[in-house]
Design a protein around this ligand. Sequence first.
Ligand code: CO
Length: 152
Amino acid sequence: MKTVHKSLLLAATLVLAGPVLAAGPCEAEIEGNDAMQFNKATMAVPASCKQFKVTLKHSGKLPKAAMGHNWVLSKTADVAGVASDGIPAGLAKEYVKDGDARVIAHTKVVGGGESTSVSFDVAKLKAGEAYTYFCSFPGHSGIMKGTLTLAK
Ligand code: CO
């Protein structure tokens, strides 16, 4: 009786623990930290996705006014312009200029322990185009950036 009970308990525990839920193919997570770094240098968006969701987690402890991070996507050629125009927009505008058509997608700015996400239409990406994601917090885009590609 006791053995049966233990077996049931074990089975129940395994069911409750379940498999670790992997992110679906149409979403990705990326982290920013207090050392002004993203934990990924590249991201790939499957062309088969209609929408792609990016979740940004700030794994640090510093407040967003001091070490804020966002995730901004544009063509690589547009990064410098989007970043410089985002500075005067300020934290209240997530360091992104209002109506900036060069911005394909962007999250809000988060501080330590916070997370945020954004979804965008994959149809906005073209095969063969070079895209870069970056943090537009003043001074961060030189280091906090990576390459995003449309994958087959
Ligand atoms: Co940042």
